[in-house]
Design a binder for this molecule. Structure first.
Ligand code: ATP
Ligand code: MG
Length: 377
């Protein structure tokens, strides 16, 4: 699809400001002046600045930073397991309670093959992430430690992830996720990705429905970046890369890849994610082999979202999704140009009661639906 895209500046600027604001009505305001604001109050909590890791504080003891005045040393024994809430390709996620504070959290345990030196580096990196919890669209990290060959990553407990949510909506309720909800998911994810890139210098690399979490308050938050992403990448590097169906063509066909990882590969994954959430189906057929995957993604046409007999989307939404899936990386926009698309500008200011919608679905999900399986295809 050939879509006209503005050539905006912003390249090479230290920070790309997507926090723009539109007066009600949107009249006479250029896209570049729009402001993304959450439609819920978000307290900004900055943890106190102190080293998380010290020489005598080896990696089996972690620092748990729950709030500005709630900082604890902790080991795995300070957490009470309240049961599994999910399982991924690299480990399990359990609901756990921190005994001293009573705080409930999600604890992701990833089998770690990394050596102690690298463990320290990863915990140092986490330090950066934990200091930067002023984005309402990313899951808050509380702390991490290495224990008996696993890395334990403690984070904010959310209600569920969008993979389980959409499967329940489309397959169990035989319903659809409304476009206005999809729009808010798109805004939150672009904001989160841009924040990671501009503030933390992190490129996500694993954008997909299971890494976008929601809660009953109407929050939409991205997870699995930083330490979690790095651990998974270090494992992936030593094993067969396996089926990565959200991956952009340029990531699969290394001949096409330029040096380093470009945010536009995450934009592609966002496009795939949006089609999946909008239709209830992964846009590619199931692959039999990595070769089939390479052929289809690299050589085939990009997936596109279009209207069907039973589903109508606005032109703006179709344009947004199909722009994320422009196959030529050079023509695919980065976040600065993406957020200038009329659909996102409109969705930024649109009032949507996300809490009410999420609760109406979550209330009907059973324990089994919440545990679910992590089916990527
Ligand atoms: P993959 O391993 O292929 O990346 P995944 O993202 O589903 O798949 P995990 O990241 O291990 O795997 O997560 C497993 C499941 O745990 C998720 O699908 C999600 O439903 C749940 N989950 C993860 N983090 C949280 C959290 N902070 N709060 C609530 N549920 C969570
Ligand atoms: Mg995940």
């Amino acid at each position: 699809m050939n879509l006209p895209l503005n050539k905006s500046g912003g390249r090479g600027r230290p920070s790309l400001n997507l926090r723009f604001s539109l007066p009600p009505g949107n009249a006479g305001v250029s896209p570049g002046q729009a402001r993304i604001t959450p439609n819920f109050p978000v307290p900004i909590v900055r943890p106190p600045v102190q080293p998380i890791l010290t020489p005598e504080n080896l990696s089996s003891i972690g620092k748990l930073i729950i709030g500005p005045s709630q900082v604890y040393d902790f080991t795995s024994k300070d957490l009470t397991d309240e049961g599994e809430i999910g399982r991924g390709a690299f480990g399990t996620v359990n609901r756990m309670r921190h005994n001293d504070s009573g705080k409930q959290m999600a604890v992701k345990r990833i089998r770690s093959t990394v050596e102690e030196k690298e463990q320290r580096q990863l915990l140092m990196d986490l330090d950066v992430v934990m200091r930067s919890n002023d984005c309402p669209y990313i899951v808050q990290f509380y702390g991490a430690l290495f224990w008996e060959g696993d890395c334990w990553i403690c984070m904010e407990l959310m209600s569920t992830s969008l993979d389980k949510f959409y499967r329940f909506v489309y397959k169990r309720l035989n319903s659809v996720i409304p476009e206005e909800i999809l729009g808010k998911i798109a805004v939150a994810t672009v904001e989160a990705l841009n924040y990671l890139k501009e503030t933390l210098q992190i490129i996500h690399r694993d954008v997909k429905p299971s890494n976008i979490l929601i809660d009953r308050f109407g929050n939409i938050k991205l997870c699995d970046f930083g330490i979690s992403g790095q651990l998974v990448n270090s494992i992936a590097r030593t094993q067969d890369a396996g089926c990565k169906p959200y991956m952009a063509p340029e990531r699969i066909d290394t001949n096409q890849s330029r040096d380093g990882y470009d945010v536009r590969s995450d934009v592609w994954s966002l496009g795939i994610t949006m089609i999946e959430l909008a239709t209830g189906k992964f846009p590619y057929p199931k692959w039999n082999s990595v070769f089939d995957q390479l052929t289809q993604v690299v050589k085939g046409d990009p997936p596109t979202l279009h209207n069907s007999d039973d589903r109508f989307f606005s032109d703006g939404f179709l344009t947004f999704v199909n722009t994320c899936l422009i196959k030529d990386t050079e023509r695919r926009p980065k976040y600065g140009r993406l957020i200038q698309l009329p659909f996102l500008i409109h969705m930024v200011q649109r009032q949507v009661n996300l809490s009410q919608y999420f609760c109406s679905i979550l209330d009907n999900m059973t324990e089994a639906d919440f545990r679910g399986g992590s089916e990527d295809t």
